[in-house]
Design a protein around this ligand. Structure first.
Ligand code: ADP
Ligand code: ZN
Ligand code: ZN
Length: 730
């Protein structure tokens, strides 16, 4: 595109513009580069149509970061741009306004004001309101102002009194744009003093940063990693640099926000998926301004914000798979992307976890990252005692009348009587994950996905957890007509129902994806548990993520087996992380907590490691397997996912693509295979898996994939297939 002369002054790298693309479509675009001469042999260069931002909406590092991201994660820069820039949003943005009150111009002199007070002597309520105006309003420019709401609230006056003063021409109201971003009105506190272990760890991190740019902080649950972060943040701010604090999920932001606001107040901004578009734009604009936030606390997409001078990136709970974006592209891993972003800024990265990912642990062991460990909890409370309960045996003896073992019920009674709280963990939502005919074993399945339906008793429906479609409860088996289907397995809803029967007087709540769709509902559940209003909280993996509750003394892991039985090379890693993290919610302050772990394999090595809180053994066992079967961190995995409505077509195209890739990549190519769930949202899926040596550059891989795709495009059905790449899938 060429820049029309009248736009020359406005258009710089990073300006948002509108251009025409194709025959009649118009698109928003970002100016990524400006050149003085058009490239040779290029005809029909079109003009930029309009300029949509007054200045660049980017910081220079951002474009570099996006280019890296699109290169590594095998997508286009445009896909990154689309995902990250609130472009459409910037156009749809409208500032929020509020009604403000000021003196009308004729009363701007002191004399006039004195006169007016004299005049109001007979109307004491109006006099009081005017006095309040002088008392509470702020001087902005050369006049005083206060929001209408604040004035009425603080003067305890009614709107009619204000109206009288307006009618008399003394005060006037006007609309003023205000920020949507919340401001903090509480007191700012000094940082907590670190205890000796924490101070030691802090010093080690600082020391490590002299040589390395990434440090893994491996601290057991409740060792006070968050406190260490606050000290690192404080130091970074003192040197005038910004901090990005990443959290895996919105569930955590409220608690951490409250903790950090105490120390950093309005120097910190919050960015997550549940703030609205207007707020997003305001955060973005704030970061472009001279008055930018010094700290951003946010979820994975915060890596895309326009930071000017990052000094520190904290990736809390770095092992969490939710740092990986699944759909749409860019399918990036926010932890790894954050490390690259930090490098581009010359900043340091702390990865924190009680159960580090195998990849990060490996990088620490090989010396690529620094490694700092804290083995003691704050105030030296012992880690919780984990007691395994053999549910297989109990079932055989007919002692599992509910989903709770007798020991768990007994421990719950004791804890609740002592005024303590209980967390129950079951990583399945709904009532029963499966229905089945006892005679012919028929199971209701989703018509659009290759999965069995989950029974949701609250909805009286069957639900597909892949596409969200719901179905009526079948009144009989569709195969043999038998009129009673049995429920297999159990989810959080069933746990809730059974626990309510056992403890009718205890307030009980559930926290899972079904009842936390809004940020408020989520925060309310956490709040009520924090204040002790709720006695027992049931939850899915949502309750495992770094939440800090003071009075939880007992944690029940209801079905450990279900965590381990996944056909995935990361299943054991993930299961160990989940169990140790949930266990870590028990006994976080003064008193040692207890964990009842229900499983049918109490002797399983993984269960034994959890009982011992021995994450290192889990790591070593996993590393042996990964090396033996060539999995990350010994190679890099790339999935090529091919989708089509028609199974024959997807099968054919995928096989051809795999064979073509094999010509270049040999036995690095596996597949194409039909994954465990081979039909989702009415599309059939085939997957080619590439295992690439770590030292091979992604550029090389990309070239091979693209050249091969060009050869593949000769196939007649190629065009109707959806082909996606997923690098480092989790
Ligand atoms: P982690 O992030 O390692 O799980 P937290 O930082 O949440 O641990 O600490 C656990 C609890 O102990 C928190 O409630 C925290 O406020 C408290 N705590 C930890 N270290 C300190 C400290 N140095 N001073 C005061 N309280 C602390
Ligand atoms: Zn049947
Ligand atoms: Zn479905």
């Amino acid at each position: 595109y060429f820049v029309p002369p009248e736009m020359e002054a406005q258009i710089v790298q990073g300006t948002l513009v509108n251009v025409s693309f194709g025959k009649n479509s118009h698109y928003s675009g970002i100016v990524s580069n400006i050149r003085d001469n058009p490239p040779e042999n290029l005809q029909n260069i079109k003009p930029v149509l309009t300029v949509e931002s007054e200045r660049s909406i980017l910081r220079p590092t951002q474009l570099r970061f996006w280019e890296w991201l699109s290169g590594y994660y095998l997508c286009s820069v445009g896909e990154v741009f689309k995902a990250v820039v609130p472009a459409g949003r910037m156009e749809a943005y409208s500032p929020k306004t509020e009604l403000f009150v000021r003196l009308s111009p004729s009363y701007s002199s002191m004399d006039a004001v004195n006169e007016v007070f004299e005049y109001l002597k007979k109307s004491p309520k109006q006099e009081h309101l005017l006095l309040s105006f002088f008392q509470f309003s702020r001087i902005v420019g050369n006049s005083r102002e206060i929001s209408r709401k604040e004035l009425l609230d603080r003067s305890f006056s009614s709107a009619s009194i204000l109206t009288s003063l307006i009618k008399k021409g003394i005060l006037e109201t006007y609309e003023k744009p205000v920020s949507r971003l919340q401001s903090y009105s509480g007191e700012i506190r000094l940082l907590n003093r670190l205890n000796s272990f924490q101070q030691h760890a802090y010093n080690e991190i600082v020391e490590c940063f002299k040589e390395k740019s990434v440090c893994l902080l491996h601290g057991v649950t409740a060792s006070g990693k968050t406190e260490i972060y606050t000290h690192l943040i404080d130091e970074t701010l003192k040197s005038g640099l910004q901090v990005l604090y990443l959290l895996p999920e919105i569930a955590l932001t409220a608690q951490i926000t409250d903790r950090l606001k105490l120390f950093f107040g309005d120097r910190m901004g919050i960015y997550h998926s549940k703030i609205n578009n207007h707020e997003r734009v305001e955060i973005w604009n704030n970061l472009l301004s001279d008055n930018a936030y010094e700290i951003i606390l946010g979820v994975r997409s915060s890596v895309f914000l326009p930071f000017e001078r990052l000094g520190l990136v904290i990736v809390d709970e770095e092992h969490e798979p939710s740092y990986k974006q699944q759909d749409p592209a860019p399918r990036y891993h926010a932890r790894n992307a954050a490390i690259m972003l930090a490098n581009m800024h010359g900043a340091k990265t702390v990865l924190g976890s009680a159960t580090p990912s195998i990849e990060s642990f490996y990088n620490a062991q090989t010396g690529k990252y620094g490694y700092v460990k804290i083995e003691k909890r704050f105030e030296e409370t012992e880690l919780p005692i984990v007691i395994p309960v053999n549910t297989k045996e109990l079932k055989r003896k007919k002692k599992m009348k509910t989903v709770f073992s007798p020991l768990l019920i007994e421990k719950m009674q004791t804890a609740l009587q002592a005024g303590e709280q209980v967390l129950l963990f079951q990583n399945r939502r709904g009532f029963a994950p499966l229905m089945s005919c006892p005679i012919c074993e028929w199971t209701p399945r989703c018509r659009f996905c290759d999965v069995s339906l989950t029974y949701h008793k609250n909805l009286s429906r069957l639900t597909c957890h892949y596409c969200g479609r719901t179905y009526h409860l079948p009144s009989e088996c569709h195969e043999c007509g038998n009129n009673e289907l049995k429920q297999i397995g159990f989810g959080t809803e069933k746990v809730e129902e059974e626990i309510t029967e056992l403890f009718p007087d205890i307030p009980i709540e559930r926290m899972d994806a079904d009842n936390t769709r809004t940020k408020k509902s989520l925060e309310d559940i956490i709040d009520r548990f924090e204040t002790g209003e709720t006695g027992i909280l049931i939850g899915t993996q949502m309750i495992s993520k770094g939440l800090d509750f003071e009075k939880v003394s007992l944690v029940g892991i209801l079905n450990a087996d279900a965590l381990m039985n996944f056909p995935d090379f990361r299943a054991y890693e993930r299961a160990a992380q989940l169990m140790l993290q949930v266990a870590g919610r028990a006994g976080r302050r003064k008193k040692q907590g207890e964990v009842i772990l229900q499983t049918s394999h109490p002797d399983h090595p993984l269960i034994q490691s959890v009982i011992q809180h021995d994450y290192e053994t889990v790591y070593n066992m996993q590393m042996e397997e990964r090396q033996l079967f060539n999995y990350p961190p010994f190679c890099r995995i790339i999935h090529v996912n091919i989708r089509h409505k028609n199974e024959d077509i997807v099968h054919k195209i995928a096989d051809i693509y795999a064979d073509l890739l094999r010509e270049k990549l040999g036995n690095r190519v596996t597949g194409a295979n039909k994954p465990a769930i081979g039909h989702i949202q009415n599309l059939h899926l085939r997957r080619i898996t590439l295992k690439i040596e770590i030292q091979v550059s992604m550029n090389t891989v990309r070239t091979i994939l693209e050249e091969t795709k060009i050869r593949l495009s000769a196939q007649p059905d190629y065009k109707s297939c959806i082909i996606q790449y997923d690098v480092d899938p989790v």
